[in-house]
Design a protein around this ligand. Structure first.
Ligand code: GLA
Length: 330
């Protein structure tokens, strides 16, 4: 039946469903997975929600799964295959899982896109052949550095008397790019390199940052003024909570994060300001929507997504967070 006839029947309230339209049939059957490394974090909750919503708009199903280690990721892929999924978007818990994940996906004929954290090969280079969408880590890191420098100036602090708590995660390339970007700006601006102290975290969450930060603060209790940066706001919040434990108040601390998720909104909504000064917000909504839609187009139209898409960020503080949130559709 010609589509126009079918549509007019629909309009007339006929018993026909969209699935009966030849071309739409296959698309209605599309099911994709969306696997994230930290399903409880606000960034990932919003990303998966946005993917689900674009699926509802375009007519495909999104199965949301957590994959907090390699074993869980492989089970998630098996699970998706048994549900008939044709592909998945993944933010992996470890970027070195790339070849294991791709082997499993290829066995099942599933298409894969990475979001946020890009797979690396044996030499630490981006794994080829897997389209990726993530933030432009170095540029966004530079925005963090600029915000920190501007706030040191605004408070009239002498940079020589300020310590930087750099919470690092050097195994994750995007994390390293972000902290490197911030460090470069600070040093170019004149921040003393010897005042930068590393706190290597085991993970990308608040608890691991808190554990990493505490010993550094106790070793350097000669500093009264601290700036804090890391790959994301969850980690900066861990650092800020650690400074509070050491009796440093909001006046002594400038933390600037990255993400612009519920974790930051909760902090900005407190009645009293904390040392969490701001965060460079990136649209997790866009990350979720765009990757899910690209995967859907790839499955249904054979259009392969670009190899690498980089997204940008906007500084969000206590003063403008609600506007930026609305602007970014968060
Ligand atoms: C990493 C971080 C997340 C978030 C994303 C954004 O996965 O762990 O908190 O910043 O990048 O791309």
């Amino acid at each position: 039946m010609p589509i126009t006839t079918a549509l007019s029947r629909l309009a007339l309230g006929g018993a026909l469903t969209l699935a009966a339209l030849g071309g739409a049939q296959a698309q209605d059957d599309v099911r994709i997975g969306f696997i994230v490394k930290k399903p409880e974090q606000a960034w990932f909750i919003n990303e998966q929600r946005a993917a689900t919503e674009v699926g509802e708009e375009l007519g495909f199903r999104v199965v949301r799964l957590g994959g907090e280690d390699g074993q869980e990721v492989l089970s998630a892929i098996d699970n998706l295959y048994s549900q008939g999924a044709q592909g998945f978007v993944i933010c992996p818990p470890d970027v070195r899982l790339g070849s294991a994940v791709m082997n499993r996906a290829n066995q099942y004929g599933m298409k894969v896109i990475t979001v946020d954290d890009q797979f690396v090969d044996g030499s630490g280079e981006p794994l080829e052949g897997v389209p990726h969408l993530g933030m432009s880590g170095y540029k966004i890191g530079r925005q963090v550095g600029e915000a920190l420098a501007a706030e040191i100036e605004a408070r009239g602090w002498d940079p020589q008397q300020v310590a930087a708590l750099r919470i690092t995660n050097n195994e994750l390339p995007t994390a390293r790019e972000r902290t490197d970007g911030a460090t470069d700006v600070l040093l170019e601006w004149g921040f003393p390199e010897e005042n930068v102290f590393d706190a290597p975290q085991q993970n990308t969450d608040t608890n691991s940052a808190f554990s990493a930060a505490s010993p550094v603060l106790s070793q350097r209790d000669d500093f009264e003024h601290w700036i804090i940066y890391a790959l994301n706001e969850e980690s900066v919040l861990g650092g800020v909570r650690a400074t509070e434990q050491y009796g440093l108040g909001a006046d002594n601390v400038i933390g600037v994060g990255i993400n612009g998720s519920g974790a930051a909104f909760a902090e900005f909504s407190r009645s009293n300001p904390t040392g969490f000064h701001g965060t460079v917000a990136v649209s997790s909504t866009q990350h979720g929507r765009q990757t899910a839609e690209s995967l859907y187009r790839w499955i249904t139209e054979g259009e392969e997504p670009p190899a690498n898409t980089e997204t940008t960020g906007t500084l969000m503080t206590r003063d403008n967070w609600q506007d930026v949130r609305a602007e970014l559709g968060l």
